[in-house]
Design a protein around this ligand. Structure first.
Ligand SMILES: [Zn+2]
Length: 335
C-alpha cells in the first residue's frame, strides 16, 4: 500500500488496443492502448491509438483527485523545497521570468493558471506587470504576494474573466493535472487578447526519457497527471483551439535532468519510488525525515552519481528535439 504522495507503484499493462469508455478529447478517437496500472487507484493510464494522448481511464472524479493533493503536497507557505534546493530553484527562476515576459508590452496584464504560492507572479510584479493568478488550493496560495490578484477556483472558467482581458497567460506544468484540458485551452483563448502570448509547459509523453523509463518515469506523477501529452497532441490542441505556435523549447534544467536521475532510480526495486524527490521536498517542521538514514544516504549518493549522465542526456535530448518536458510559446489568432 502506498504510504506517501509519490511512492505509488506503477506497472505495465499489455497494451492491446481496445475501445475505451470515453473518446479522446484531443482527436475524438475511441481506441486506446492500456499502458499502466496504478497501485490502489481504479483508473489506468491508456494511450490514444490515433494521436498518442495518454489519459486516465475512466476519468477520475474531482474527489478522487482531491485526495492526492493534501496540504502537504504544496509544502509550507512560501516554500516548496528544502534550504539549498529552494535557493537553486529561485536562481533558475530569474531566467524563467525573462523568458515568460519577453514580447509582452510593459505593464501588461498577465495570468498564471495554477499559480500555487505565486512565486512567479511576485517576480513578474517586480518587473512592473499587472499580475493575476488562479489556483484551486487555498492552502497553496497562502502567503502569496499581495500584489497578485489570486482567485481560488477549481476550473479556470469559474474565475469569470472578461473576453480578451490578458496580454499573456502562463500554464506551467498544470494542464496535465486538469480533468478538462481542452475546455481550459479554449477558455484561455477567450480571455487572452488577440495576438496575446500563451506559454504552456507539460511533460513530454513522446520524449525519449518517457519511452526509456516506461512505468518508472518520474514525470508520470500518477494519479495527479490525468492527461499525458506527446508534443504532437499538444500542438494539435493549440492549433485547433485558435493559436499559432511561435516556438517550442526542449531544454529545462529545472525538470529534465532530475527526471532522468529519478526515473533511473525508480527502476531499482531496492529504492523507494520517487525517493529522492520525497527527500528533497519540504516537510512540515517537526515531521520525521522520510526513510531510514541508510536509504537517505543511498538516494543522495545515487542521485549525485547519476547527475553528470543526466545532464549530458538532457543536452543530447534538447539537440534531438525530444525534451522530457517541453514548453511551447503560442499566440492567439485574431479570431
Ligand atoms: Zn487522441
Amino acid at each position: 500500500m502506498a504510504r506517501g504522495l509519490h511512492d505509488r507503484a506503477v506497472s505495465d499493462l499489455p497494451g492491446v488496443p481496445e475501445v475505451v469508455g470515453t473518446a479522446c478529447p484531443v482527436c475524438g478517437g475511441a481506441w486506446a492502448r492500456p499502458r499502466f496500472a496504478i497501485e490502489g487507484f481504479a483508473s489506468r493510464l491508456v494511450e490514444c491509438t490515433d494521436c498518442g494522448l495518454g489519459r486516465l481511464d475512466p476519468l477520475p472524479s474531482e474527489a478522487d483527485l482531491d485526495a492526492h493533493y493534501p496540504d502537504a503536497y504544496y509544502g509550507d507557505p512560501g516554500r516548496k523545497f528544502r534550504g539549498p534546493v529552494e535557493g537553486i530553484v529561485r536562481i533558475l527562476g530569474t531566467r524563467h521570468i525573462r523568458f515568460l515576459s519577453r514580447g509582452v508590452r510593459p505593464g501588461g496584464r498577465l495570468l498564471d493558471v495554477g499559480c500555487g504560492r505565486g512565486v512567479l507572479l511576485s517576480e513578474l510584479a517586480e518587473r512592473g506587470f499587472e499580475v493575476h493568478g488562479v489556483e484551486r488550493s487555498k492552502a497553496a496560495a497562502e502567503g502569496a504576494d499581495p500584489r497578485a490578484e489570486i482567485r481560488i477556483v477549481s476550473r479556470l472558467a469559474d474565475a469569470e474573466y472578461r473576453d480578451s482581458f490578458f496580454d499573456a497567460i502562463v500554464i506551467w506544468h498544470v494542464l496535465e493535472h486538469l480533468r478538462e484540458p481542452v475546455e481550459t485551452v479554449r477558455e484561455i483563448h477567450r480571455i487572452l487578447a488577440p495576438g496575446g502570448k500563451l506559454v504552456v509547459a507539460v511533460p513530454n509523453f513522446s520524449s525519449l526519457q518517457a519511452k526509456r523509463a516506461g512505468a518508472a518515469w518520474f514525470h508520470l506523477d500518477l494519479p495527479r497527471h490525468v492527461f499525458h501529452f506527446p508534443l504532437a497532441a499538444l500542438r494539435r490542441l493549440l492549433v485547433e483551439s485558435g493559436f499559432s505556435i511561435e516556438s517550442e523549447h526542449h531544454f529545462s534544467l529545472r525538470q529534465n535532468p532530475f527526471g532522468e536521475v529519478q526515473s533511473r532510480s525508480n527502476r531499482r526495486s531496492d529504492l523507494p519510488r520517487n525517493g529522492l524527490y520525497t527527500l528533497l521536498h519540504e516537510r512540515h517542521p517537526g515531521d520525521p525525515p522520510p526513510f531510514d538514514a541508510r536509504t537517505r544516504r543511498r538516494l543522495v549518493l545515487r542521485g549525485l552519481a547519476l547527475a553528470p549522465l543526466a545532464l549530458a542526456t538532457t543536452v543530447a535530448e534538447t539537440l534531438w528535439r525530444s525534451g522530457a518536458t517541453i514548453h511551447v510559446v503560442a499566440r492567439r489568432n485574431a479570431r
